[in-house]
Design a protein. Sequence first.
Lengths: 111, 116
Amino acid sequence: TQLLEQSPQFLSIQEGENLTVYCNSSSVFSSLQWYRQEPGEGPVLLVTVVTGGEVKKLKRLTFQFGDARKDSSLHITAAQPGDTGLYLCAGAGISNYQLIWGAGTKLIIKP
Amino acid sequence: EPEVTQTPSHQVTQMGQEVILRCVPISNHLYFYWYRQILGQKVEFLVSFYNNEISEKSEIFDDQFSVERPDGSNFTLKIRSTKLEDSAMYFCASRGTGGPLGDGYTFGSGTRLTVV
């Protein structure tokens, strides 16, 4: 059974600070996606990383896929209150179509 | 921007009743999915659908569940006899092309199913 461990589960920091969220597995994924989910809404895709070692930037968000395609990180620079939300990672298996989800990181940025 | 539309947004049903959750995926997408999220828990895969048939399903997707794409635009999830533990947010998603390495998913806003 493939599992994705996401950490931390909860993070509350001051505006302007940097933070990193981690997503780890013992399994290899063909791709890994990061989503943001607001209460009562569906997950919204932020980025897909496919190649081992790949780094993608989305404004102040930097996403990295591990060399072995088993782990990923999301780094936010100079966090802002608008970054508050639930961040989810989800991995796509090598030979199947379903996504395996992490439990999410609830992020609160205090002004 | 194209979006996945789900109806209803909230459904309350009595235990043992049948419910149909409806989804309109993005029109040129080929892969369709149902996921569910029990309150406070992880998102869980239910089923994937491609070329008018189920391509994969999870252990959750037992004989009480079925999916259909009746008219080329709608994608439905039917729960034949609902149980209390079926209460969850149900998300429909669609994806454009390719296999596991393909495009990212677009999710609908979900249907909150409450079984009483």
